[in-house]
Design a protein around this ligand. Structure first.
Ligand SMILES: *Cc1c(COP(=O)(O)O)cnc(C)c1O
Length: 448
């Protein structure tokens, strides 16, 4: 059966973001089960899940309390619609999420995944201005190298050349400002921040009457290679949005649920967006579920009139508010409270960064080690002193990652950037094991 599974995987499964001609050349790793921060394949090999199953797992795999939350909900009902009906888990979760969200975000719109949460956010912002009688405010401002998902709307507000340029003809027009990327910027962090903010100010000065919202990932642009913004950038963007009367949409899909050391990344700068999307960690990485949160001001614009008045938000998905997803998300938040997370995670975050600095920062092929909390990018460079980088085409991230996987640590790079984004539940011993595998793989593949 094992050999058949591998054969059928190659024959029938089209993997995401994967060149299948390349993929079929090697032996697939077929996962059978998980335990804590470890994944076990059908051959009995185990892998430390260093990317938390692409940034979503929180408490580890196969966690008793989370499993039980799903099973006990399943024994009542798996799914009924939110179109015309309500259900207990979606009500309790909405109340809970409003309690833990930045103050002012009071209304919960359910979607299925990060991309659809962002689609809903865009349509919400667009319709908001239509309803406010400012019908010319239809455009969005994005950051270079932004990533907000893979549906057409979220691709339109994305800026990663390799993923997005193919679909240019299908996208709607947007305005773009440079991401503040201190590692690439010739000046200081402060100058880097001021440069991006001045570009945003220029843009808003000229075009605010056409702009519905600024859209961004707060603090860390994960898919772009863990680009980490200088302190104060988010706050600066918030101030400009308020000054020029445009909405701020924050995509906390990757950064939410403790990944940066706070429940939500925007808390680091005391910023409250007008609209906020959450997903990946929402269900502790157990089920596809997402939420688009809105303020009273945004929600209020949709209030009133009859059904035909055009004030209704005409958007929704079949599995909106799914009971199994909501039940496990509720239990996830309960576990955060029980463990005193994210506050009690601080020593572990310090340990992770100390270990990374000690083990990796002296290597000649390691450039920037950047990120926040449990979100880390290790940039591979040709030479540390000249900072000369590898390009996506050198395939260096994948070559090194393949070796890391051979050493029993599952990872997936972003171009020349190695990713470390483990479940928050990772232990110090597992951090040691993980970082050692990265170090050995870099040295073996690229030299010391
Ligand atoms: C993963 C991600 C998305 C897309 O979420 P999906 O669930 O894959 O659709 C959107 N925004 C950010 C910041 C992400 O990291």
């Amino acid at each position: 059966m094992k050999e058949l599974l591998k054969k059928w995987d190659k024959e029938f499964v089209w993997h995401p973001f994967t060149q299948m001609a390349e993929y079929v050349k090697s032996e697939p790793i077929v996962i059978e089960r998980g335990e804590g921060c470890w994944l076990f394949d059908i051959d009995g090999k185990k892998y430390l899940d260093a990317v938390s199953s692409i940034w979503c797992n929180v408490h580890g795999h196969n966690v008793k309390e989370l499993n039980e939350a799903i099973v006990s909900q399943l024994e009542k009902i798996a799914h009924s619609t939110l179109l015309g009906l309500a259900n207990e888990p979606s009500i309790l979760l909405a109340k809970k999420v409003v309690e833990i969200a930045p103050k002012g975000l009071k209304h919960v719109f359910y979607t299925d995944d990060g991309s659809t949460a962002m689609e809903a956010a865009l349509k919400m912002a667009y319709q908001y201005w239509q309803l406010k009688g400012k019908g010319k405010k239809t455009k969005f401002v994005k950051l270079e190298e932004a990533y907000h998902g893979d549906t057409i709307g979220s691709v339109s507000i994305g800026g990663i050349e390799l993923f997005h340029s193919m679909f240019r003809e299908l996208m709607f027009e947007t305005f773009k400002i440079p991401s503040p990327h201190p590692y690439r910027f010739p000046g200081s962090k402060e100058e880097c921040k001021e440069f991006s903010l001045s570009k945003l100010r220029e843009l808003l000065e000229r075009h605010a009457d056409e702009i519905a919202a600024v859209v961004m990932e707060p603090l860390v642009q994960a898919a772009a290679g863990m680009i980490t913004h200088p302190e104060g950038f988010l706050k600066g963007v918030r101030e400009l949005c308020s000054e020029y009367g445009v909405l701020l949409i924050l995509d906390e899909v990757a950064t939410g649920f403790g990944k940066t050391g706070r429940m939500f990344a925007c808390e680091h700068e005391g910023v409250v967006p007008d609209i906020m999307a959450i997903s990946k960690g929402l269900t502790a990485g157990y089920m596809p579920l997402a939420i688009t949160l809105a303020t009273d001001e945004v929600y209020g614009a949709f209030w009133g009139g009859d059904y035909g008045s055009g004030k209704t938000f005409f958007h929704g998905h079949t599995f909106t508010g799914n009971q199994l997803g909501c039940a496990v998300a509720l239990k996830n938040i309960e576990l955060f409270e029980k463990k005193g997370w994210p506050e009690s995670l601080e020593p572990k975050i310090d340990y992770l960064w100390k270990t990374l600095k000690e083990e990796l920062s002296d290597l000649n092929h390691v450039g920037d080690i950047r990120g926040k909390g449990f979100m880390v990018g290790v940039e591979l460079v040709k030479d540390k002193r000249s900072k000369e980088g590898f390009s996506w085409k050198d395939d260096v991230g994948r070559r090194v990652s393949r070796r890391i996987i051979e050493k029993g640590v599952f990872t997936r790079p972003l171009g020349p950037v190695l990713v470390i984004m483990p479940p928050l539940a990772i232990s110090e011993k597992e951090i040691d094991f993980m970082v050692k595998a990265y170090k050995e793989a870099i040295v073996e593949e690229l030299g010391a």
